[in-house]
Design a protein around this ligand. Structure first.
Ligand code: SF4
Length: 229
């Protein structure tokens, strides 16, 4: 910590430009666009999902499908706005073919970019959506069913943060019971955001970035840049 919000935002935009043509893993061959992430570059709350899906890959923006709409709705129910109050990114910045699970080597290749985003945005709360994001950020081996709804203090990219695992919104689209749990878990977000940054942490689960700088397909750069509040 130490850089001003405008400095950190400028650096984030720079990372976005560098990542546009990343070829660090095999997903570069099948993606349409790198989906860097979007939202307020100085948000206290970061959401971390798994990977872009079909629509995200086409549009180059995170959570634009039905799951994204549910996320917006659940945020609104607790008085939060996606663009004003959050930054949303995924563990993988490129879509796995047919939305298959991320492979360990893909997570390993892409994780430094996520950690760099955490370092620059400096969130106090990271809400992990589903199993892959929770394991990636917290380092905890337990499944999402066990960890869901339980905030934990973790060092992420050298920063003490409250990591709050919840189900992925896509689960809430498939089951009414899951939607009820998701809604319950969203209700706690304002309380977590009102709390101070944790001091004692269980980490480090993740070190600071060694994110590389590989670059550039023709992507919707202005559209994504416009989403960095
Ligand atoms: S490392 Fe990440 S950004 Fe780079 S090609 Fe793989 S998934 Fe895409």
């Amino acid at each position: 910590m130490g850089a001003s919000a405008p400095q950190r935002r400028a650096e984030l935009v720079e990372r976005f430009r560098e990542l546009k043509d990343c070829r660090r893993c095999a997903l570069a061959a099948t993606r349409t666009n790198v989906v860097f992430g979007a939202g307020n570059a100085d948000a206290d709350l970061m959401f971390v999902g798994e990977a872009p899906g079909f629509h995200e890959d086409r549009q180059g923006r995170p959570f634009v499908g039905a799951a994204g709409k549910l996320l917006d709705k659940l945020l609104a129910e607790v008085g939060l706005d996606r663009e004003r109050d959050t930054f949303i990114a995924n563990v993988l910045k490129c879509r796995p073919p047919n939305n298959r699970d991320p492979l360990p080597e893909e997570i390993e290749a892409c994780k430094p970019f996520l950690l760099e985003q955490v370092r620059l945005i400096e969130p106090r709360v990271i809400c992990t959506l589903g199993r892959f994001a929770t394991t990636c950020i917290s380092g905890r081996p337990e499944g999402i069913t066990k960890l869901r709804g339980r905030p934990m203090a973790v060092e992420v990219a050298g920063l003490p943060v409250t990591v709050y695992p919840i189900y992925h919104p896509a689960a809430g689209l498939r089951s009414g019971a899951m939607l009820t749990r998701l809604r319950e878990d969203f209700q706690r977000l304002p309380e977590l955001l009102a709390a101070a940054r944790p001091t004692a942490v269980s980490g480090p689960a993740a070190g600071p970035s060694e994110a590389g700088t590989e670059s550039a397909p023709a992507a919707p750069e202005p559209a994504q840049l416009g989403l960095f509040g």
